[in-house]
Ligand binder design. Structure first.
Ligand code: SAM
Length: 241
């Protein structure tokens, strides 16, 4: 009798058991350990031996696997970029943590991202700041990112379809700007939309040439200073500019 009951329960519950999504908690924890170790190892190149507890906690909370297509989900917690469709990628987690750290944002910050892609970087920022505005030039990616962010409670992140070269004037000025596609130069509209005392991170260079992550700082007198940080590889900033 008991055996029949167990078999019956198994048959009834089986579809629900299979429907439960894995949450990859152990893989996410292992990735956090890897990122912390990499920050220490690359200190001489990055000048940033430690990623702050706030940024690491945000990285540990955001489920990267929900931002990638199902066919690459099992790789979501590898420290590497992954394809997200339309020839675009979700950035390497270490780089996401490193760039987030360098933005020096806090819970009152308003941040602009150019290149929403999957929405993952925006979600990390959404955990840390007051408002995130992110622009994506490929409409289906923008729609998917917006849907993923909304359905996972990121109500402080707004996604817009458009050419991020021109920024998002309506919500400017921004405490920080992060560009996640490689440009040939720093877009003047983004410099204008950066607050005094603000920071911008942007990869400069082309797809076939070495690219460098550049930190742009605007001081309280509106003077702009740029500093090359480290070699990187990003997809190109496209658009009609
Ligand atoms: N931050 C993204 C994430 O977390 O998934 C990864 C961004 S991916 C490396 C770069 C993105 O920039 C692509 O989705 C690409 O379509 C977008 N992009 C390229 N040029 C753009 C432009 N002018 N304006 C807005 N987005 C742009």
């Amino acid at each position: 009798m008991l055996r029949i009951l167990v078999i019956a329960c198994f048959i009834i519950l089986q579809p629900y058991v299979w429907a439960v999504e894995p949450d990859f908690a152990a893989e996410r924890r292992a990735l956090m350990v890897e990122i912390s170790a990499l920050a220490k190892e690359t200190r001489s190149e990055t000048g940033q031996g430690v990623i702050s507890a706030q940024v690491m906690e945000a990285m540990g909370r955001v489920p990267r696997h929900i931002f990638v297509p199902p066919e690459v989900r099992h790789h979501a917690y590898r420290n590497r970029p992954l394809p997200i469709g339309y020839s675009q990628t979700i950035s390497q987690p270490f780089l996401v943590a490193y760039m987030t750290e360098l933005l020096q944002v806090n819970k009152d910050s308003k941040v602009l991202e150019v290149g929403a892609g999957s929405g993952y970087q925006a979600a990390i920022l959404g955990e840390l700041v007051k408002e995130v505005y992110t622009i994506e030039i490929i409409k289906p990616l923008a729609e998917r990112a917006s849907e993923t962010l909304k359905s996972n409670g990121y109500i402080n992140v707004q996604v817009q379809v458009g050419d991020g070269y021109y920024g998002w004037k309506k919500h400017a000025p921004f405490d920080a700007i992060i560009v996640t596609a490689a440009a040939s130069h720093v877009p003047p509209p983004l410099i204008q939309q950066l607050k005094r005392g603000g920071r911008m991170l942007i990869p400069l260079g082309s797809s076939f040439m070495p690219q460098h992550l550049v930190l742009v700082e605007k001081d309280m007198q509106d003077r702009v200073r740029t500093r090359e940080l480290l070699p990187v590889q990003f997809v190109p900033l496209t658009g009609g500019h």
